[in-house]
Design a protein around this ligand. Structure first.
Ligand SMILES: Cc1cc2nc3c(=O)[nH]c(=O)nc-3n(C[C@H](O)[C@H](O)[C@H](O)COP(=O)(O)O)c2cc1C
Length: 385
């Protein structure tokens, strides 16, 4: 066992960082991160399905060296766990997006910048030149789509991730109850939350209120409410035809995120995508959505095509990452885990989450008798969700 990393042992697990983030962030900001749709069952199902994956360790082997690296799209990443795209990152913690990009570069894992991010995309590529991917919400207007993809290419992103699982804006009850609207309107409750979290409030004041800097040129009315802007900007359902057009425009690796039906995946593969992130958007869009682990299992059983399988949804530990690898993923992502880290400890928290995942992935692989992350697969599964 060679790969251990130093980290703050007061928070040895992602769950510890979540507890601290809950205390350190104003309620509306923590709830924005935590919220899922309706009764939040889809989100819970993601966790439950991963937890149900049982693995059979192999012994009688030397595991003194464990290689956690994986090769994807001509790059060797240090471990199979990257940062999923999360909109409005700097609202949860000022500077969160750059801190996570810097940590991802240091850890050599993918950092996926959301279309609804609040840091200029060029700054992200400067900070994370070899690991930055861009997530695209497909603009309704073709001209905007072409302009945005051109800018992403010129900025130096190597991989484009097209999210298709938000055809309709979600109704998230926590956000509604908190009155989360952007621009923020200063209600008594919000002011109270800011006053009782002075560290967050002061930093936010100094940093300035976050805005959608990468797509603001496409805003017809600068005073437009966030929800209205989002629905006027993005397509109400990304069609196969649009995906085909994007394939024609984007020369580099193209990834589609959010597919759950095997037939949709087969269609995307026919169109020429290089990777699929099996995802249900962290349970934020459809409460009855199938758990990501189960979707991935169905997909890899049904489709034998040469495509890079990836998964997100409920990944909270190195063991979860290895469970996803056993189901057929080559890379995993988490949204909430990384933001718990930054919410809990600021920029240091980004490195802390990376270190926790790196340590736990290496230990889990070693414990299972698998000395190479790329060799983890179904052979190790005792039961599946
Ligand atoms: C607060 C929040 C904002 C998100 N924003 C985006 C986004 O802008 N684009 C996108 O493709 N996915 C977005 N997602 C979904 C994540 O990329 C990812 O699919 C999900 O967080 C994975 O589940 P996990 O949080 O349980 O790890 C968001 C998720 C959260 C929690």
């Amino acid at each position: 066992m060679t790969q251990t990393r130093a980290y703050d042992t007061r928070y040895p697990a992602v769950a510890d960082l979540k507890d601290r983030a809950r205390k350190r962030l104003p309620k509306f900001a923590f709830d924005y991160l935590e919220a899922a749709i309706d009764n939040e069952l889809g989100k819970a199902r993601n966790r439950a399905a991963l937890q149900d994956v049982q693995l059979i360790p192999r012994y009688l082997r030397d595991v003194s060296t464990v290689d956690t690296s994986v090769d994807i799209f001509d790059h060797s990443y240090a471990m199979p766990c990257g940062v999923a795209p999360v909109g409005l990152g700097n609202m949860m913690w000022p500077g969160a997006e750059l801190a996570l990009a810097a940590a991802a570069q240091k850890a050599n894992v993918p950092y996926v910048l959301s279309s609804f991010s609040t840091t200029p995309m060029e700054d992200i590529v400067n900070t994370a030149p070899t690991v930055s991917w861009f997530q695209l919400y497909v603009p309704r207007r073709r001209q905007h789509m072409q302009q945005l993809i051109k800018r992403v290419q010129e900025a130096g992103f190597r991989t484009l991730v097209v999210t298709v699982d938000v055809p309709i804006g979600a109704k998230r009850n926590r956000e509604l109850k908190n009155g989360l609207k952007l621009p923020l309107s200063p209600s008594t409750s919000l002011l109270w939350q800011c006053m009782t979290h002075p560290n967050w409030a002061l930093r936010s004041l100094l940093a300035g209120w976050p805005d959608f800097v990468n797509i603001q040129d496409y805003r017809d009315d600068p005073k437009q409410q966030l929800a209205d802007f989002i629905s006027s900007f993005a397509m109400a359902g990304v069609t196969a035809q649009r995906l085909q057009e994007i394939r024609g425009l984007w020369q580099g690796p193209l990834v589609i995120k959010g597919l759950q039906h095997v037939d949709d995946m087969a269609q995307a593969i026919d169109i020429g995508v290089d990777g699929i992130v099996v995802s249900n958007h962290g349970g934020r869009q459809l409460d009855a959505a199938v758990a990501s682990a189960l979707s991935l299992q169905n997909a890899t059983s049904a489709l034998s095509a040469e495509v890079t399988w990836m998964l997100d949804g409920g990944i909270r530990s190195g063991l979860d990452v290895v469970r996803a690898l056993a189901l057929g993923a080559k890379m995993t992502f988490s949204g909430r885990s990384f933001f718990y880290g930054v919410g809990a400890l600021g920029a240091k928290g980004a490195d802390q989450v990376m270190a926790i995942f790196a340590d736990e992935i290496a230990r889990t692989l070693g414990q299972l008798g698998c000395v190479n992350a790329a060799a983890m697969g179904r052979d190790y599964i005792a039961s599946t969700p």
